[in-house]
Structures are given as C-alpha cells and as structure tokens.
Design a protein around this ligand. Structure first.
Ligand code: AHR
Length: 502
C-alpha cells in the first residue's frame, strides 16, 4: 500500500490560530475537585492546586480553556463561586446529579489559568438566566473598579480585572437534556439581546453563539441558520460540538470519525455563509469547535449516570473514560480535520482536561498521569507551525459502514513561513496493513533533517492506567528516508504520526 502527498508552501489554507489547541474545564465529576484542585494532596500549592497537574497541563500545551460548563453552566449562579469561601452555598447541580460546593469559582479559576499559562474562555448561563446576569459577570470579571460588581471583585482580593476576551452565550441550547432547552427562535432572540448588551460594556469582546450539539441533532442546519439570522451582527463565532465512540466493533468507521468532522464543519460554514449572503454582509462568522473528543457516551448513559433522587454526591467519578491507542489515533485524526479547516475553525476546545473524558488523569492522594490521547494533542500543539497547507493527497481507500469509501491515510501539513520548516501530521486508518507515504518535497526546498514520531501498538486496546501509567507512549519512527525532492515514511496500521522537515 502506498499513498502520495505533495507539499507546496505556495498553496495555503490559512494561519493556524493558537486557539485551536484549547481545552475545557467543567464543574463535572472530578475535573475541578480532586482533579486540578485537591488541597490535601502532597503536591498541592498554597492555593490547593495540584502542581503535578499544572505541569502536565503546561506540557499538554493548551492555549485557551473554556469554563465553567458545559451542561453545568445552565443551572449555575456565578455569584455562588465568589467571595469568602465559608459563605458560599452548596447547590444542586442538576446536569450531573451532583452537589456543587462552590469552593472554586471565577477568581480561583482565573488564578489557576495564570499558573498553566492559558487564556480563559467564559460561558454565561442562558439556560436558566439571562441578559442581566451575563452583564453582571462581565462587569465582575472585566471592569476595573468603582461600580458594584467590579468593586466586589476588588473587595474579594482581586484588584486586577481578569480581562476575559472570549465569551460563550450559553451551552448546547438545542439539546432536550439542557436546562432551559429552547427553540432556535427563542435562543436566537435571547443570544442576540445578550450579545448586544454585552457589547454595550465592551464592543471588542469575542462572542460565541451556540450551534448544534452534534451534526446528528434533528434540528441541525436549521438551528444554525435561525440562530445566526438573529445574532449575525453581534457574534463572532458559532460553536460546533462532536463526540465519537466506536459502535460495537466497527473500528473502521470509528477510525474515519474525521470524515464526519470534516463534513460537519463544511456544513456549518455553508450555513453561516448562506446567512451572510442573505444579509449582504461583509462579515464572516468563524467556528469555535468548543467541544470535541472521543467519549464513550453509551457507557455514561447505561452505567455511570446517577438517577437516584436521594443521591447528590460531591465530585463523583463520572465520564472517566480510559483511552486506548485506537482512541488516541482517532483523536489525532480529529486534530488533522481541525487544522485542515484552519481558515474557518479559529478556536477549538478538547473536552475535557482532567479526569472527565480527559488527557490527564489523577488519583486522590496519588499520582497524575498522561492518557494515550495526551500525546497526539501535545505533539500537535507543540509542532504545528504558522500556516496550514493545502495538500494534494492520493491514498488507497476502504469501505466504512457509516461514511462510505474513505481514504486509508489522512494528513495535513503546516509551514513555518519565517523559518521554512514543514510539519506533516498523518494517520493510517488500516486495521491490518502498513502504508508507505511518499511525500513530494520539491516545492519546499532541500530537506536537511527529517524526524518522525508515531503512536501505535501491537494491541490497539492498550491504555495507560494507574497501575501502568506509561504503557503507551509515542516512539521514534525510524522508517523515514530522505531522497532527492522526496521523503518516504512507513505508517504502521492504526497509527498517528508527526513528521518534521527542516
Ligand atoms: O463534555 C461533557 C458534556 O457534553 C458537556 O457538559 C455538554 O456540553 C456536552 O453534552
């Protein structure tokens, strides 16, 4: 099996925005409590944040972190999480059938973000609250001093505003599971009113309106159109959310999840541009793909979900998926899809960050470790360069149950316009066969050094666990050979690879 790729730095898709390498922290399960925050832990700092987790988050290379939800946000009163800790009320979290202690709120989280060197993207509650509460939290977070909520922040010990630029207008309002679930008309009106009111405080905010919870939602397409008809002039982004899991043993389709993500993005772009055309607008709405990952959602629904009316635990173990090599290859391929659409997907958040469908796991009082999915994310974040390239890729294909005939090899490349280096990210979706990828490098000039790292394993179900936290890690791919105007590399079956050419 051979696939062929031509690189040419003259053909570009667009700049790779660093915000593509964002993540998501929700008050859900053990993401915040017993995840990033565990005051009694031997590695906790003076504020109770685990320093081992901070180090891993920095290594992961996340640019922007969406907070505080997710479904959680639609029942959240942000005021509960600020001010003296002993006055903060515990509350029911209806989304995850838990108790929210409110020990961590906006101020603490903004402080933690400085430690991990990441930008805060804040979601307001448009499920059970509205315009006024959004204005209040914006004032609290971003205004310097002198008015009620800004002054409260100062009094709470935070004289400097948090300076949040990106704001999400609610979460998944198309989903029947969402508190305050709305029609596109209802949500579109509320989002438009909220956005224009927030812009009266600060016209330069970057606002994200909710798109569909997935491309499979019955309202998908119409939802985007109606919501954007209401909000087009007042927002900058529309969100996409997508989670993937294998159906039974249909790994062929699962490995092709990126095909679904590509189609999803292209459909939302087409819808946004349709609204642009009808409005004769000069403005372009981009995508914030602010929830994406592999998620074994069927296991949550069938096994983990808490339904007992008497049970409202604090920080229960929820959505703690253990990721395999197969999952990591799919995650790497989803990042390829995001970069391939870098012209229109200008922000994205891997959902989520710690313990909850996460690249980083922790044990209370114990260690923190990297899941298999940590590796393609951190390597992509570290090695993706300035600009995404338009590629000419010819690959053998295979048939899938869900997406028809798809390429065995998928790839994307980024180029460093100043330094001239190129990075290629590639997946081999074959369950059994290796594929040799021949890359035509004539247009990028001479290649001095070619280095490749691949993630693969004889056991595609191998995972990193508490007992064996380093079972799976990427290894050097020594099959790379550099010729005159060409580089070749062998991609093992079910593998993700990054190749740098300098
Ligand atoms: O990330 C887990 C959940 O998935 C989020 O809370 C919600 O927005 C989505 O349905």
């Amino acid at each position: 099996n051979r696939a062929h790729l031509t690189l040419d730095p003259q053909f570009t898709i667009g700049p790779v925005n660093r915000r593509l390498f964002g993540s998501f922290v929700e008050h859900l399960g053990r993401c915040v409590y017993d995840g990033i925050y565990e005051p009694g832990h031997e590695k906790a700092d003076e504020e109770g944040f685990r320093t081992d987790v901070i180090e891993l988050v920095r290594e992961l290379g996340v640019s922007t972190i969406r907070y505080p939800g997710g479904n959680f946000v639609s029942g959240y009163r942000w005021e509960d999480g600020v001010g003296p800790r002993d006055e903060r009320p515990p509350r029911l979290d209806l989304a995850w059938h838990s108790t929210e202690s409110n020990e961590i709120g906006l101020d603490e989280f903004a402080g933690w973000l400085k430690k991990v060197d990441s930008e805060l993207m804040y979601a307001v509650n448009l499920g059970t609250r509205g315009v006024l509460e959004a204005l209040d939290v914006l004032e609290y977070a971003n205004l310097r001093s002198g008015t009620h909520w800004a002054q409260r922040r100062v009094a709470n010990g935070h004289p400097e505003p948090h300076g949040i630029r990106m704001w999400c207008l609610g979460n998944e309002m198309d989903g029947p599971w969402q508190l305050g679930h709305s029609t596109a008309e209802e949500y579109g009106r509320l989002a438009a009113k909220t956005a224009s009111a927030m812009r009266q405080i600060d016209p330069d905010l970057e606002l994200v309106v909710c798109g569909s919870s997935s491309a499979q939602m019955p309202t998908f397409g119409d939802w985007e159109r109606v919501v954007l008809e209401h909000t087009y002039d007042d927002v900058d982004f529309i969100s996409c959310h997508a989670y993937y899991e294998p159906k039974g043993d249909d790994y062929g389709s699962f490995l092709a999840s990126g095909v679904n993500m590509d189609r999803f993005i292209e459909a939302v772009v087409a819808t946004a541009d349709h609204v642009k055309a009808t409005r004769r607008s000069d403005k372009t709405i981009n995508i914030s793909f602010d929830e994406w990952n592999v998620w074994y959602q069927s296991r949550y629904n069938e096994v983990d979900k808490i339904t007992d009316v008497a049970e409202w635990p604090v920080a229960p173990r929820l959505l703690e998926d253990s990721y395999s090599v197969l999952d990591a290859v799919v995650l790497g391929s989803l990042m390829i899809s995001l970069i391939r659409h870098a012209d229109r997907v200008t922000a994205a958040s891997l959902a989520q960050l710690v313990n909850v469908i996460a690249p980083i796991m922790t044990e209370p009082g114990g260690p923190a470790w990297r899941q298999t999915t940590f590796h393609p994310f951190s390597l992509t974040s570290r090695l993706a360069r300035d600009v995404a390239l338009e590629l000419k890729l010819d690959s053998p294909t295979y048939g899938t149950r869900l997406y028809g005939e798809v390429p065995l090899v998928d790839a994307v490349a980024t180029y460093d316009e100043a330094g001239g280096g190129t990075t290629v990210f590639a997946v081999n979706r074959s369950l059994t066969e290796e594929v040799t990828l021949d890359i035509d490098t004539r247009a990028v000039g001479s290649v001095g050094a070619a280095r490749a790292t691949s993630l693969f394993d004889g056991d595609i179900h191998a995972a990193n666990t508490l007992e064996d936290p380093e079972r799976v890690s990427p290894r050097e791919n020594t099959s790379v050979s550099v010729g005159e105007g060409t580089v070749s590399i062998t991609l093992p079956p079910v593998s993700w690879t990054v190749l740098t050419l300098d």
